[in-house]
Design a protein around this ligand. Sequence first.
Ligand SMILES: [Zn+2]
Length: 204
Amino acid sequence: MLTEVEAANVATVDEYRRIPRILRLNVAGQPVDWVSWQEAVCLYAREIVIWTLGDPVLHIRGGHSRLDSTQSAIDIHSIIACNGRVVFPSVSVPPLTNQALFGRDRNTCLYCGGHFSDADLTRDHVAPTSRGGRDTWHNCVAACRRCNHYKGNRLPDECGLQLLALPYVPNFSEYLALINSGRILGDQMDFLKKSFGANSRLLH
Ligand SMILES: [Zn+2]
């Protein structure tokens, strides 16, 4: 997949949205974050990108040289490892967001097994917060509105419900995949998958 962008001159908002994000690794090859292609261009221009993986996804054409009128160009790869300041993932436990939680549970209600869009899912606290349950990855699951309403303020075994899978904390690589779901490229997913935890539901 090769998209050509004319000197950052992207015509429509829709085209902006279609441009994939670039997976940034630190010098040790650990995934750190997603960056926009504009940020990636800056990293290339500052010669911070030390190696790349994956296919080139964008070909950026710059200005013409006044000396010989050649045009500068940069190929942006889907995965870039960056030198300079060593950036580590800033947190060991990824932030719990609904988007990442629903992604972890594969958009499945963990009580009835139905498949739902994000808009039709809720964050269910297995042990209700009113009874001391915490707002953590281990105590939260995706649940459809019907199951969440039915369960109410009870524990699953108080109302005959059973969790279809155990909640877990995704590691940072899995978290990066979850927050970019839908826009992630095949080679980026393959790279991240290598460092998912063994319990990751995205592997099965
Ligand atoms: Zn349900």
